[in-house]
Design a protein around this ligand. Structure first.
Ligand SMILES: NC(=O)c1ccc[n+]([C@@H]2O[C@H](COP(=O)([O-])OP(=O)(O)OC[C@H]3O[C@@H](n4cnc5c(N)ncnc54)[C@H](OP(=O)(O)O)[C@@H]3O)[C@@H](O)[C@H]2O)c1
Length: 246
């Protein structure tokens, strides 16, 4: 991508999560970014605000908190990277469903809230902050299991369906965003299988070569974003840059 350079602003939403924190650190090491902003519900205990880094408390399900966060970012300048690294596969009282018998409207709703509606609200508040006349990238971390075409194994109803909904939101937002931001890209990214609290209960069978550390995954994600041109907007890409069918 062209038109980016020293002093740019990058924003990571979900900066306290496994991949989100690694993205924050990788962006801080990238000389192109003069200021890195991390948003999360709770401040990571070892994170220090300094001249080059700001932490903002925000809950992606609370529109007023996102609006306040977007205003703080806008006061810093126009971000050229916004990455949504929030998400949930399991939590108190819910986990991936193996059968229709185990579906429950509350837990399905919870997964749609966190995995689809939250990132949609982030896109609503942060896409308009991005520059109209320079290259930029907005990415939301999705999951390959959200691909309908790729679903051969079944199960995981809520996670799969909420990520498929996220993919549609990203695709639709990309079309709208391109009208005003022709150099901007808006994409969904599958980070691969990454050793984090989200995946921990399910990674037992994953061959070591296919299990990434958060640091390696962050490097993959940033490399994919650097390699995409504006024509790639609205797509769904894996950690290695390959397009994933919807
Ligand atoms: N790990 C994998 O193997 C894998 C595979 C495919 C896709 N992904 C996707 O990659 C993304 C990052 O996952 P991860 O593995 O890094 O998971 P993680 O370590 O569990 O981090 C997820 C983050 O989402 C945050 N979050 C959840 N609800 C939130 C809310 N309402 N407001 C603000 N933040 C909220 C959590 O914040 P708290 O810390 O405050 O709870 C947590 O920091 C997710 O979208 C996930 O679906 C991961």
């Amino acid at each position: 991508m062209t038109g980016e350079g020293n002093g740019d602003i990058a924003v990571v939403i979900g900066a306290g999560g496994g991949i989100g924190r690694a993205l924050l650190e990788a962006l801080r090491r990238d000389a192109r970014y003069g200021h890195v902003v991390g948003l999360s519900r709770q401040r990571p205990s070892d994170l220090i605000d300094d001249a080059d880094q700001t932490w903002i408390e925000a809950d992606i399900l609370e529109a007023p908190s996102l609006l306040a966060a977007a205003r703080r970012v806008a006061a810093l300048g126009m971000p050229t990277r916004v990455i949504v690294a929030t998400g949930a596969l399991h939590g108190p009282g819910f986990g991936p469903e193996k059968s229709l018998r185990t579906l429950n409207s509350d837990t399905l709703g919870r997964q749609f809230q966190i995995n689809a509606i939250g990132p949609a609200l982030v896109a609503q508040h942060f896409l308009p902050l991005m520059p109209r006349d320079r290259a930029s990238a907005f990415a939301s971390l999705s999951a390959r299991v959200g691909s309908i075409a790729d679903n051969a194994a079944g199960g995981w109803y809520g996670y799969r369906a909420s990520k498929a909904a996220l993919n549609m939101i990203i695709r639709t937002a990309a079309i709208e965003h391109a009208r005003t931001h022709p150099l901007g890209i808006c994409v969904a990214i599958h980070p691969g299988t990454v050793a984090t609290p989200l995946s921990r209960p399910f990674i037992g069978q994953t061959p070591p070569a296919r299990l990434f550390t958060p640091q390696v995954a962050a490097g993959h994600i940033l490399r994919v974003l650097d390699g995409l041109s504006p024509e790639a907007t609205g797509g769904f890409y894996a950690w290695d840059g390959a397009a994933i069918p919807w």
